[in-house]
Design a protein around this ligand. Structure first.
Ligand code: ARG
Length: 459
């Protein structure tokens, strides 16, 4: 028996190379659960509309359930001779129950079927990814809470800039992940549209009850245009974009962990269990995990660009090029999931070196802006105070001193209104306290943000 679902029109056997090149079963078998779920809903609707009988539907549903269980148990339960998961399920169904099985595809095409399967897959995956992002957020919150007392240098251009609370720095990533969750939720809306009933491209001559299928499968709406419904992969592209941004966020955090764990910075130590060694240099302890997350970001971007490029020249409606959406989608999914999982665990495996952080905060003139703000309070314009402090910094660099190490007389030499209260402005901890403005790094504000984050994560 032919394993194909389109033999009738053909006189010659398909060339073996053509079958191999054309087939998607090697990767789309991953959609078996969604394919069967969709077929079950379609079957129930066909029976309700009296397009097939109740008895036929019962047979089909039972056999589909059986196929699902068989693949659940062993994902190579059926050989790979089929073109795709849709042909596999249909052919196995017919083998099991005969003619009743041949009625399942009534009013349906693989074009709307695959659109449905991929939508179901993206929908399921979005929920999983959102949960994993929330775990990463939780790990950040815990790390921020545990190290709440620590101050670190904040950077711009990777040059020491101003003192910040370490917790504030970590919560910046919390915000990024929050936007990622929002983006995935947004995409969910446009994914949650039911395409079945569009058939090949023009809709169906049967009186299909599309709303019933949508309701059964938990879709919010049905597609409005059959041609669009079988041509549209925007929701996959959005998903890939969201994964790309998420990976970019994970990559930036990874980059910081790599830098921070270097001897040059020495801000963090990653546990042995989450580090690796060198085959030649006995002393080495390498941050392979964040490096790999950073590295895998490239493949996520690649998938987005690849599918955008695949789609850009396609005439309406379905074209086989679109089969290329799946490997991109699956690999992006796997990459995002494993990277989130690793990052969540990794964040629990790092310890901060408080001495190094403190030392780094105390040298490099991080309080120069505070100094300038101080002068403004003494009645000097900000531009002028910026200039004065710039000159004092230059003097301090020459003297090999930090600002707080200068004597009052030395400072007065630059501006007579500088008084001994200036020293309160040259202390990094006091600098933080003055930044209790919403969104700022002041401890009271950051504490509030932590409380809010915990409320958002429901912990
Ligand atoms: N394997 C195909 C895909 O992934 C399924 C749809 C095939 N449709 C067709 N008319 N050849 O896109």
């Amino acid at each position: 028996m032919s394993q194909k679902v389109w033999g009738g029109r053909f006189k010659e056997e398909t060339d073996a190379l053509v079958s191999r090149f054309n087939a998607s079963i090697g990767f789309d078998r991953r959609l078996y659960a969604q394919d069967i779920e969709g077929s079950m809903a379609h079957c129930r609707m066909l029976a309700k509309q009296e397009i097939i009988t109740g008895d036929e539907a019962a047979l089909i549903l039972e056999a589909l359930g059986e196929i699902k269980r068989e693949i659940d148990r062993d994902d190579s339960a059926f050989d790979n001779d089929y073109e795709d998961i849709h042909s596999l399920v249909e052919k196995v169904l017919v083998e099991k129950i005969g003619p009743a099985g041949e009625k399942l595809h009534t009013g349906r095409s693989r074009n709307d079927q695959v659109a449905l399967d991929v939508r179901l897959y993206v929908r399921d995956t979005i929920h999983v990814v959102i949960d994993l992002i929330k775990e990463a957020q939780l790990a950040l919150v815990k790390l921020a809470e545990k190290n709440f007392a620590l101050i670190m240098p904040g950077y711009t251009h990777l040059q020491r800039a101003q003192p910040v609370l370490l917790a504030h720095h970590l919560l910046a990533y919390y915000e990024m992940f929050k936007r990622d969750v929002e983006r995935f939720q947004e995409t969910l809306k446009r994914t949650n549209v039911m395409p079945l009933g569009s058939a090949a491209l023009a809709g169906s001559t049967f009186e299909l009850n599309r709303k019933m299928v949508a309701k059964e499968l938990g879709f919010e709406t049905i597609s409005e245009n059959s041609i669009d419904a079988v041509s549209d992969r925007d929701f996959v592209l959005e998903f890939l974009f969201n994964v790309s941004v998420l990976m970019m966020h994970l990559s930036r955090l990874s980059e910081e962990l790599v830098i921070w764990s270097s001897q040059e910075f020495g801000f963090v130590t990653i546990s042995d269990a989450f580090s690796t060694g060198s085959s030649i240099m006995p002393q080495k302890k390498n941050p392979d995990l964040p490096e790999l997350i950073r590295g895998k970001t490239g493949r996520a971007y690649g998938h987005l660009i690849s599918l955008l490029t695949t789609m850009k020249g396609l005439p309406l409606a379905y074209n086989k090029d679109m089969q290329e959406d799946k490997e991109a989608l699956f690999d992006a999914t796997d990459t995002a999931k494993i990277c989130l999982e690793v990052m969540s665990r990794l964040l629990g495996e790092i310890s901060f070196n408080s001495e190094r952080l403190k030392a780094a905060t105390e040298c490099g003139f991080l309080v120069a802006t505070d100094f300038a703000d101080y002068l403004v309070r003494k009645g000097i314009t900000f531009r002028e105070s910026h200039e004065i402090v710039g000159r004092i910094v230059l003097f301090a660099v020459d003297q090999e001193k930090e600002l707080h190490e200068l004597t009052l007389d030395e400072m007065k030499g630059f501006e007579r209104r500088i008084d001994k209260d200036v020293y309160e402005w040259l202390d990094p901890a006091l600098s933080l306290k003055r930044r209790n403005i919403p969104g700022g790094t002041g401890p009271d504000m950051v504490k509030k943000c932590l409380i809010k984050a915990k409320r958002e994560l429901k912990i």
